[in-house]
Design a binder for this molecule. Structure first.
Ligand code: ADP
Ligand code: PHD
Length: 224
């Protein structure tokens, strides 16, 4: 069994057309014989909207409820991606963090991943499932509450899954107009695009700094 992890960021699942386009990419990898774990983010802008709603409702909010609300964007995209794949006759189902379960610390809003048991998903692959669509960014605390991993945390989810499942590769997709030479989120004046978006960018830093910890093993992680 060769497992491939594919992560689609908010820009790549921003609407139903983009979800369909991402699903087609997944289908290509399934056709190559991989069992695929797809990690999805919330649709672009959704998490910001949810954070805004929390802050507007409760300025000194309960962090456990912040996580309950802000994790929900990924649940929507996971379900929609699984439905789209099913429409393409690919055996797929969605998994929320608690269903895996992706066990984290109790640090709500910036939880650390403690454990990713592989048995549930591997059993489904053995039964014929081809794609496990996992909601990124979220997990379950020892107290049984939903947690989130911090903004940009879906990259962390993807890299941690790739390590836990011994994936052949972890591909991180984002929809941009080109690959800049520096991270536009941190650079004062983003350098111009130097390559086509489809080119592999092996040196590109992942958006979540905490990705590097679970990902320090030997397999390759590509930004596409
Ligand atoms: N054109 C680009 N070239 C290089 N890096 C980029 C580009 N656009 C975005 N990035 C970086 O890639 C990472 C993911 O971008 P982000 O906008 O969060 O996309 P997504 O919603 O797909 O996760 C971030 O670190 C971001 O700054
Ligand atoms: N949706 C979450 C998690 C995430 O990783 O998103 P993206 O892959 O779009 O950066 C956030 O906005 O923080």
């Amino acid at each position: 069994m060769s497992i491939l992890v594919m992560k689609f960021g908010g820009t790549s699942v921003a609407n139903l057309d983009r979800i369909q386009r991402a699903a087609k990419r997944v289908a290509i990898e399934v056709a190559k014989g991989h069992d695929v774990i797809v990690i999805v983010s919330a649709m672009a802008g959704e998490t910001n909207k949810l954070v805004g709603w929390v802050q507007e409702t409760s300025p000194f909010y309960d962090a456990r409820e912040y996580d309950a609300v802000t994790s929900s964007g990924e649940n929507v995209t996971a379900g929609l991606m699984a439905l789209r794949l099913q429409e393409m006759d690919i055996a797929a189902r969605s998994w929320q963090g608690w269903q895996v379960p992706l066990v984290t610390t109790s640090a709500h809003g910036s939880a650390r991943i403690e454990d990713i048991p592989t048995d549930n998903i591997l059993r489904k692959f053995r039964e014929g499932m081809k794609v496990a669509v996992v909601a990124g960014f979220q997990g379950l605390s020892p107290e049984g509450r939903i947690t989130t991993l911090g903004r940009g945390g879906s990259d962390t989810t993807a890299v941690a899954f790739a390590a836990a499942f011994g994936a052949v590769r972890c591909d991180i997709y984002t929809d941009v107009d080109g690959v800049y030479t520096t991270d536009p989120a941190s650079a004062r004046r983003p350098a111009s695009s130097t390559a086509s978006p489809s080119r592999r960018c092996w040196s590109s830093p992942l958006s979540a700094p905490r990705c590097s910890r679970p990902g320090r093993s030997s397999w390759r992680c590509a930004t596409r």
